[in-house]
Design a protein around this ligand. Structure first.
Ligand SMILES: Cc1cc2nc3c(=O)[nH]c(=O)nc-3n(C[C@H](O)[C@H](O)[C@H](O)COP(=O)(O)OP(=O)(O)OC[C@H]3O[C@@H](n4cnc5c(N)ncnc54)[C@H](O)[C@@H]3O)c2cc1C
Length: 441
């Protein structure tokens, strides 16, 4: 009989794992998916970009596999909007070159150079934008975006129709059984306890907070803790509601592609069914260090008294200075945004997905699916196929096993410079409370 499985988290990786597991089980009711409020997930937003542009062939292949599903899978294709993306680069030879080298090696390169000065005239929607400080630009017509809230929900529906159990609730802790010498299940905040043979932790930015009590209990050394593998990191987005005629204009890909505004961020077009113009301030990465009960410091997306829509003035001003006044100003200058959102992901220093069994001998039945690093959503259709192999103890091939695996100390040392530079959340408060001590988890 198939093992019983609990998946914690119905975001990108939890949903993908649930769908692929459900299709591999003769009795999918042996799988339970637990989440209190999937709307907190990075997997749920008005849009996420789907691109295959990677300087690594492994991830380019993986993204092409996903893109195929975004085009052809009947459960997902209706959410995909092919708009192309224009990537502007501050430097002479930027990431475009390494990405296009991989395309050429794979034998399919649809990208083209765009003269920076021509961008505003080629796409009518970009008129009036400031592109002067950029050195180079390229356009990839194959890129698009999806309505991530709807697509994640539709994919999850497939797993539910197959018969997996959906439990609404927040996991308060992993339940350790002294007698069995392993994690036997989870306890929810409302007191309910669920047990299973295997536990999949797919809680995104919340992963470290859920693991740290067990890491304390097993006296796991600092260097072997999850926090060394993946950290909770956030980016703020701003959403402008457009008038129908503006939507009509910008939803036409001839008038507006997705624009990557150098290192500062991106702007993503609206669609007729989704009239919001969205900017990501990706140049400002945020972390929130908190102290755990045992006195350790970990990163956490939970900010007491503030929800994801409550963003400090400092960040709003940064948005205005870096993007709003410069990119599509005709549509947003002087307007009040519909809303802001601070959205959290779990990031690895190598930018690899982390999809593996926990390496500690006593955590043999605990599996981690995390590490989206602000680019993991596109893998909604296919990440679960690899996670299912991990859960069943099968290899995904040496290259993927290494990429998705728990990183050794030398690997971490080699990648140490890959950690994204972040500002501390407490340093960005309106009341300049930067001297306050770490919040408690
Ligand atoms: C601002 C931003 C922009 C991005 N843009 C893109 C993009 O354009 N393209 C792209 O491909 N990727 C993008 N990403 C990345 C992508 O969204 C994430 O990598 C991906 O969603 C991560 O999936 P996940 O399953 O690890 O986490 P999530 O999708 O965040 O899901 C985690 C889930 O765990 C649940 N959870 C947490 N704690 C508990 C608990 N105690 N009990 C039960 N459930 C719990 C949460 O409620 C949530 O539903 C972006 C991310 C951000 C933040």
């Amino acid at each position: 009989m198939d093992p019983t499985i609990i998946i914690i988290g119905a975001g990108t990786l939890g949903t993908s794992t649930a769908v692929h597991l459900a299709h591999s089980y003769s009795d999918p009711s042996r799988i339970a998916l637990i989440d209190p409020d999937p709307d907190l997930a990075a997997a749920r937003d008005v849009n996420r970009i789907i691109r295959t542009d990677y300087p690594s062939k492994l991830y380019c292949d993986l993204a092409n596999e996903a893109l195929h599903a975004w085009f052809w899978d009947l459960r997902l294709q209706r959410f995909f909007h092919k708009t192309g993306w224009l990537v502007l680069d501050e430097e002479g030879v930027g990431r475009g070159e390494s990405v296009r080298r991989v395309f050429r090696e794979r034998g399919f390169d649809r990208t083209e150079d765009v003269a920076v000065g021509d961008a505003g005239s080629r796409w009518e929607g970009l008129r009036g934008s400031e592109f002067g400080r950029f050195q180079r630009a390229y356009f990839n017509p194959e890129v698009g975006w999806v309505n991530a809230k709807q697509a994640t929900g539709a994919f999850l529906d497939d797993a539910l129709k197959r018969g997996i159990r959906r439990v609404k609730g927040r996991v308060a802790e992993l339940v350790w059984s002294e007698e069995m010498g392993k994690v036997e299940g989870v306890r929810l905040q409302d007191g309910r306890i669920f047990t299973a043979d295997k536990i999949v932790l797919a809680a995104g930015a919340w992963t470290s907070g859920l693991l740290s009590p067990i890491e304390d209990r097993l006296a796991i050394a600092e260097r072997d803790r999850l926090e060394r593998q993946a950290r909770a990191t956030a980016v703020v987005s701003v959403y402008y509601k457009l008038a129908p005629e503006e939507v009509h204009r910008l939803a036409n890909p001839d008038n507006m592609p997705i624009v990557v505004y150098g290192k500062q961020g991106e702007v993503i077009p609206p669609s007729v069914n989704q009239p919001l113009l969205k900017y990501n301030l990706s140049g400002l990465k945020i972390t929130n260090s908190v102290a755990t009960g045992s006195g350790r410091t970990i990163s956490s997306p939970t900010i007491p008294g503030r929800d994801q829509y409550d963003v400090p003035t400092y960040i709003k001003e940064q948005f205005e200075a870096d993007m709003i006044s410069k990119l599509l100003p005709e549509y947003v200058r002087g307007r009040k945004p519909d809303h802001y959102r601070i959205c959290w992901d779990s990031c690895t220093s190598t930018e690899d997905l982390l999809m593996c069994k926990h390496p500690h001998e006593k955590l043999d039945n605990l599996f981690i699916a995390a590490g989206g690093s602000f680019a993991g959503y596109k893998f909604l259709p296919n990440a679960g196929t690899y996670m299912v192999n991990v859960i069943h103890g099968k290899s995904n091939g040496s290259e993927k096993d290494r990429a998705f695996g728990w990183k050794s100390q030398p690997d971490l040392d080699a990648a140490a410079k890959g950690w994204i530079q972040c500002r501390e959340w407490r340093d960005l408060q309106d009341d300049e409370t930067s001297s306050v001590p770490l919040a408690r988890l």
